[in-house]
Write a protein that binds this ligand. Structure first.
Ligand SMILES: C[S@@+](CC[C@H](N)C(=O)[O-])C[C@H]1O[C@@H](n2cnc3c(N)ncnc32)[C@H](O)[C@@H]1O
Length: 195
């Protein structure tokens, strides 16, 4: 018999697997698919402690990986810029990682200044739909023509971001990125800014 306790335990095991291993494994795969040359300027929106930022930086020996965040401890524990920089140093990529305290709905960067913009499970943390769309518009604004946008978010959100920008492909990232079960699965929006 399946009890509530069994369901809860399965939920916790899947959640832990995603946060400790699954999301990293999937981002490694997606960054490899992005086919980076190694000299790109990459921006990670809502970088937190740097999981995606640092994986990206490993692939950018002559480029830069820039993270922005408001460092909300509610959204991620131990969320502080010095923790992200220490993680980058421990990974041996501190020379190509920068972090800024900035709101992704009003980015402090010029139009077209990045080759790649990534965001992992961060835009949904913005409370209002209007502000979430503003973050997506900002991502497109700072991307250069021909640059790549990679946003991983819960599937209903990712679908809305794609509809908002009117382009891009959506792909479910599978059980390795389930936050406890298929009802909290993550979808990748991949778009290339029109030249
Ligand atoms: C769930 S965490 C994800 C962190 C990281 N991307 C990862 O996958 O491990 C969401 C992050 O988004 C950040 N965040 C939320 N709203 C933001 C905003 N308006 N501007 C910048 N960062 C924001 C939070 O502070 C938090 O670090």
């Amino acid at each position: 018999m399946v009890t509530a306790g069994t369901v809860l335990m399965a939920h916790n095991v899947i959640y832990l697997h995603t946060t400790l291993h699954g999301k990293l494994r999937i981002w490694r795969r997606e960054l490899d698919r992005a086919d980076l040359k190694g000299n790109e300027q990459l921006l990670d929106l809502g970088c937190g402690r740097g999981a995606v930022l640092i994986e990206a930086a490993r692939r950018l020996p002559t480029g830069h990986a820039v993270g922005v965040d408001l460092w909300s401890g509610k959204d991620q524990s131990g969320n502080r810029p010095e923790v992200t920089l220490a993680n980058a140093a421990a990974a041996g990529v501190a020379d190509r990682v920068e972090v800024h305290t900035a709101d992704m709905t009003a980015l402090p960067f010029a139009d077209g200044s990045f080759d790649v913009v990534t965001s992992a499970l961060a835009i949904h943390n913005i409370p209002s739909p209007e502000a979430r769309y503003r973050a997506v518009d900002e991502a497109m604004r700072v991307l250069r023509p021909g640059g790549q946008l990679l946003i991983a978010d819960f599937w209903p959100m990712a679908r809305k971001y794609a509809a908002h920008i009117g382009q891009g492909t959506l792909r479910g990232l599978g059980p390795g990125y389930w936050y406890g079960g298929p009802w909290l699965s993550v979808t990748l929006l991949h778009a290339v800014k029109e030249p």
